[in-house]
Design a protein around this ligand. Structure first.
Ligand SMILES: Nc1ncnc2c1ncn2[C@@H]1O[C@H](COP(=O)(O)OP(=O)(O)OP(=O)(O)O)[C@@H](O)[C@H]1O
Ligand SMILES: [Mg+2]
Length: 245
């Protein structure tokens, strides 16, 4: 199984609130997407984390906008006046990650879209598992759309891959839940632990890692993502928010 692939047909506008300068782009399937570029400062590993984490969360029942691969010919940005964007498009020729654009959504700020105690605890457990440090009140990386909560921007998770720290080290890495938007739900996390851990089977991990295109990953890396995520799953007392089970 692989992610669907579409082709970019029009660069609409840059999303300047995103540090990696994602753009709103139209595809040849007439869809509108937020395009995250492999040529951005964070590099293709941020896109690898987006796929593995986003697709894992989706399969565990959370709302994540659809992800597709998008072929980019930088010529579609030729009328874009900003030199920085021209350069980003040139560096990003080829495959990039397209996130389904949620029109009219707004950033979660606590005023709407709260998923309830169990929902908050579920998100906290999962962010702790994948070491996602990018879900604070400063930048919640969650959108409210049609009154529901949608999770975006998982590019900073799985940060072991930047230096390839060992699986043992990643497994033992604590998680600072105090900075998380849903830190108040920490006491409800241990009650969900067995259910979530049991749902993350070896087959599920293999499946989501398998969705990353060969352009951004080699087979040795696929094995490493698998071993790191498995080791962390088996060592939950090191990072579980809300204390011992
Ligand atoms: N699917 C989407 N639909 C609508 N708006 C979106 C979507 N994805 C992202 N955005 C908007 O674009 C902003 C930047 O997106 P995102 O957080 O994915 O980019 P980033 O460059 O990784 O950002 P950061 O600065 O958090 O690292 C979001 O905060 C949100 O306002
Ligand atoms: Mg963001």
């Amino acid at each position: 199984m692989s992610l669907p692939t579409v082709t970019a047909t029009r660069y609409v506008l840059p999303l300047r609130e995103g540090g990696s300068l994602p753009g709103v782009v139209e595809g040849n399937d007439l869809g509108t997407y937020v395009l995250k570029f492999h040529g951005a400062g964070q590099g293709p590993k941020a896109l690898v984390a987006e796929i593995i984490v986003g697709e894992l969360f989706r399969r565990l029942g959370l709302r994540v906008p659809d992800l597709k691969l998008m072929r980019l010919d930088p010529v579609i940005g030729k009328s874009e006046p900003d030199f920085e964007i021209q350069e980003l498009l040139l560096r990003s020729a080829g495959l990039n990650l397209a996130v389904d654009f949620l029109p009219g959504s707004f950033g979660y700020d606590g005023s709407a879209g709260n998923p309830g105690d169990e929902g908050m605890a579920r998100i906290l457990w999962l962010d702790a598992y994948v070491a996602n440090v990018d879900r604070s009140w400063r930048n919640t990386n969650m959108l409210v759309w049609h009154k529901n909560l949608w999770l975006i921007d998982h590019g900073a998770a799985l940060y072991f891959h930047h230096s390839w720290m060992s699986a043992e080290k990643f497994a033992a890495l604590p998680y600072d839940a105090s900075d998380h938007v849903f830190s108040v739900a920490a006491p409800a996390v241990p009650a969900l632990d067995e259910e979530l851990a049991a749902a993350i089977t070896p087959a599920l991990l293999t499946q989501v890692i398998g969705l990353v295109p060969d352009e951004w990953i080699d087979d040795g890396d696929r094995e490493r993502y698998f071993s790191h995520l498995t080791a962390r799953l088996e060592n939950r007392s090191a990072w579980l928010p809300g204390g011992a089970r």
